[in-house]
Write a protein that binds this ligand. Structure first.
Ligand code: GLP
Length: 229
């Protein structure tokens, strides 16, 4: 990622990054901050698009992805605030389709995503593309799977506080990224990683669509890889 940013900056071009939340990318974000501080990696020519945001959470809610990204990455870089894009959690229901269409247009106008970072949920979701999300799906409102809400419950202090819906980039949006890196750590991810990599390509496991992407890499630790044959 650093090499891509440096090469494109040298060539006078921007780099468009697709970014993810969750515990998984935190070590990556810490390394990007270190590269910025200690090795002068500049994000002045970087544009970012996050995968998703909870619906109904204001930006300053501690569990909003806007808060997460600023706390864990953006506040520590020279990334221009106008280059940062996340779906808006407080968008009025009637404005959601237009908001999602504008998000897609902003990605297109930026030239498309050069490098997309992904985690994987226990439902096999990338972004918040829960089981049943078509391969061609675009940025839209999604109903969160009970497993996903259960996994988020501790951070929200109880299941009843976890939003029921989110806005997420679609599978089709994600698959248009030119390069994709999915990361997974720990034994809790082992079964779904196996399904994503060696199971059937199905909308029941949206990460399985990555099998058909020309430049997608899974980065796994031993535990997350432990169910692979
Ligand atoms: C949420 C996010 C996903 C993320 C997943 C896994 O559902 N929307 O983008 O991949 O959590 O989270 P973690 O990395 O904490 O396991």
């Amino acid at each position: 990622m650093a090499a891509l940013i440096r090469d494109r900056t040298t060539a006078g071009r921007t780099t468009v990054l697709g970014l993810a939340t969750g515990g998984t990318p935190i070590p990556l974000y810490q390394e990007l901050i270190r590269l910025h501080r200690e090795e002068g990696l500049s994000f002045a020519n970087v544009v970012t698009f996050n995968l998703d945001e909870y619906l109904g959470l204001p930006k300053d809610h501690p569990e909003s992805y806007w808060s997460f990204m600023h706390h864990n990455l953006f506040n520590h870089l020279d990334l221009p605030p106008q280059n940062i894009h996340l779906p808006e959690g407080m968008v009025a229901e009637s404005e959601i389709p237009a908001h999602c269409a504008a998000y897609e247009a902003a990605i297109r106008n930026a030239g498309g995503i050069d490098f997309q970072i992904l985690g994987i949920g226990r439902t096999g979701h990338i972004g918040f593309n829960e089981p049943g999300s078509p391969k061609e799906s675009r940025t839209r409102r999604i109903h969160l799977d009970p497993v996903t809400r259960q996994d988020a419950a501790p951070a929200f202090g109880g299941l009843e506080n976890v939003p029921t819906h989110a806005i997420t980039m679609g599978c089709g949006t994600i698959l248009e990224a030119r390069k994709i890196a999915l990361m997974a750590w720990g034994s809790k991810k082992a079964d779904i990683v196996r399904e994503a990599i060696s199971g059937p390509i199905t909308d029941q496991v949206s990460a399985s669509f990555l099998q058909e992407h020309p430049d997608a890499t899974f980065y796994l630790d031993k535990e997350a890889a432990s169910a692979l044959g």
